[in-house]
Design a protein around this ligand. Structure first.
Ligand SMILES: C[S@@+](CC[C@H](N)C(=O)[O-])C[C@H]1O[C@@H](n2cnc3c(N)ncnc32)[C@H](O)[C@@H]1O
Length: 314
């Protein structure tokens, strides 16, 4: 079943070209269709390290972003090549996920939301007896089926049709999703993932462009179009609004690089340096990517749907 949500897709606002990061007045903030309190959509030059930077093209919902079969090949490109930025980041992520999973020994079931071609799913399948991948894109799910034949795969939009998957899990993951998704989808996905967490369940999510990192600063200086960023503070606050308490943050990918298919300079040295930097807790706020380990907030009041959509209405 292809779980597109026409209502949500059509409600996705036309984003203005040339938006950047900066401080918003209340009036501007209200004018921005989905701007929540900390992820802001701006029209001025970047002025501070925090906040989210959006310089976006008009587009539909992120739900539609990977429906084209050609996306599979482009997504997989460089993923397994540690001489390229994407492959190096994935190598670091694998190490960090393993370290974070030490907080939850012997998980029995894991769900990877927005599993794409199944890289995280395949990795989890080597550690967790039962793994479930969820994605709205049929071509991505097909690729995931090849990579991870033991996984149960759910094709559809659980943010719209939650009945597609109602089991809880010890570990829920979402990689390269939250930053890309438009705020209402991001909010719905976080609520759904929170509700899937079992009693001691852990959520592991990544944010893959931090405005405080060297790479983030460089892109802000260039005012590069099509860029969305979030820092550790915004990410923590976002999760808190969805009834999730962050227990650990791990930064990685500190050195700047070009993400255009060019091979990294001195890849071996980079691997060693990046591997060492990823172990230094004090640097976490400056990584161009970071992982958050979170669990359901104990406080009942923060455990309900608390998405950006609701904030906006209040
Ligand atoms: C950038 S890919 C990330 C794939 C994978 N998590 C990874 O890190 O390799 C984003 C994925 O999100 C999926 N997606 C978008 N909206 C979704 C939704 N509402 N429910 C499930 N998956 C969704 C897309 O189809 C795409 O496969």
């Amino acid at each position: 079943m292809q779980g597109r949500d026409p209502a949500a897709a059509s409600s996705h606002h036309e984003r203005r070209k040339g938006e950047g990061m900066g401080r918003l007045s209340t009036k501007e903030s209200q004018a921005s269709a989905y701007a929540p309190s900390t992820f802001v959509t701006l029209t001025r030059i970047p002025v501070g390290a925090l906040g989210i930077m959006r310089t976006m093209r008009s587009c539909g919902s992120y739900r539609e972003s990977h429906l084209d079969p050609a996306k599979v090949a482009s997504y997989e490109r460089d993923l397994w090549d540690t001489r390229a930025a994407k492959g190096l980041e994935w190598m670091l992520e694998r190490r960090l996920i393993d370290e974070l999973l030490r907080d939850r020994p012997h998980p029995q079931r894991a769900i990877d939301f927005a599993c794409g071609t199944g890289r995280v799913l395949g990795f989890l399948a080597q550690r967790v007896p039962e793994v479930i991948g969820v994605d709205v894109s049929a071509p991505m799910i097909e690729a995931a089926r090849e990579h991870c034949p033991t996984a149960r795969l759910v094709l559809g939009d659980v943010t719209v049709n939650p009945e597609l998957l109602t089991e809880s899990a010890d570990v829920v993951t979402a990689f390269r999703f939250l930053l890309n998704a438009e705020p209402p989808l991001r909010a719905a996905a976080l609520d759904w993932m929170r509700d899937r967490l079992g009693p001691e369940g852990l959520l592991i999510v990544n944010f893959h462009l931090n405005p405080r990192s060297l790479r983030g600063r460089y892109l802000r200086l260039r005012r590069s179009p099509g860029v969305v960023m979030a820092g550790v503070g915004e990410a923590r606050a976002l999760l808190a609004r969805h009834g999730l308490t962050v227990r650990q943050v791990r930064g990685y990918s500190y050195l700047p690089y070009r993400r255009d298919g060019f091979r990294l300079v001195l890849p071996r040295v980079r691997r060693i340096v990046e591997g060492s930097l990823a172990r230094v807790d004090r640097l976490t706020e400056w990584g161009s990517c970071f992982l958050l380990l979170a669990e359901r907030s104990r406080d009942k009041a923060s455990n309900g749907p608390a998405g950006e959509g609701r904030e906006k209405r209040e």
